[in-house]
Design a protein around this ligand. Structure first.
Ligand code: ZN
Length: 287
């Protein structure tokens, strides 16, 4: 047995490679990988992965009180299948990365989402990063996008391929797209967080937490409130000088909206390269 990886991305990349190199088809199934890897590599294997009845808890990783083994439990009543897949990968991430720190992890949606003023917990972030790298290998994701521009259909195709939520896919896409774009999560008409693509970041396109949504967007939402819609705006709405194309991805019971906003006329020539950062610092996965 070689040395095991020590970081969330390294674990995710190694295990997704094992899956792909075994000629297994997409989607990658975290249940199968969790059983196999925990059994082969560790003394304290994962003994069972199954549904539970505890409402409000999306996923749990818990150590058996009797034997040196672990259980992953997930809320099987969640309607989105992709959300369950991501939750299982997230709990498996806790197993690989954090089980020496605690013997019981309970991951509710609000904990994972980090809504409101609740601070993101570092280990939740790491489990999400692992899950994203495991389920959506970047090379494969790029080949699916294949240089095409963002469309809801394209991202929906990826969500199906990887059996993850559309939100998870969008947050992966924004990290590597060459388009000038930003992902915005809002609640109660104000921005909770925004995440720019690399080229958007170079142009200082970013919205601070608490920024009100543009008035035109609020008016439009009040009249036509549907997800999976796309609107084009003149300059002065999402950006003072740039046209924007806005796709409303999600709106849900938490009264949040997730937008992808693209700036097709942005000109990158005058901007300096800046360091990149990681979307998973911010992300809201379990949709
Ligand atoms: Zn967690």
């Amino acid at each position: 047995m070689g040395q095991n990886p020590s970081t969330p991305p390294a674990w995710g990349i190694e295990l997704s490679k094992l899956w792909v190199q075994s000629s297994m088809p997409f989607p990658i199934k975290p249940i199968e990988i969790a059983y196999e890897v925990s059994k082969v590599r560790f003394d304290d294997k994962i003994a069972a992965i199954k549904g539970h009845n505890a409402t409000g808890i999306d996923g749990m990783l818990t150590k058996s009180s009797k034997a040196n083994e672990w259980f992953i439990l997930y809320d099987e009543t969640v309607q989105s299948k992709g959300r369950i897949n991501f939750t299982i990968a997230h709990e498996f991430g806790h197993y690989l990365l954090h089980r020496d720190k605690e013997s019981n992890f309970e991951c509710s949606q609000s904990k994972i989402l980090g809504y409101g003023n609740q601070q993101f917990i570092q280990i939740e972030k790491e489990a999400n990063i692992f899950a994203s790298y495991l389920l959506m290998p970047i090379d494969d994701f790029r080949s699916q996008i294949n240089g095409n521009q963002f469309t809801l259909e394209l991202l929906s195709h990826c969500a199906d391929r990887y059996d993850v939520s559309l939100t998870a896919c969008v947050l992966k896409w924004i990290q590597f797209t060459e388009e000038t774009a930003i992902v915005v999560l809002s609640r109660d008409e104000h921005i909770l967080w925004s995440y720019p693509s690399n080229s958007a970041k170079k142009q200082n396109i970013f919205f601070k937490k608490g920024t009100p949504l543009p008035q035109q967007v609020l008016s439009r939402i009040a009249n036509i409130y549907e997800t999976n819609t796309t609107f084009r705006y003149e300059p002065g709405v999402w950006h003072p000088n740039l046209d924007s194309i806005e796709s409303l991805i999600i709106s849900d019971k938490y009264e949040t909206e997730l937008f992808v906003i693209r700036f097709p006329n942005a000109n990158l020539k005058d901007f300096e390269e800046e360091s990149t950062f990681d979307t998973f610092d911010l992300m809201s996965w379990n949709k």
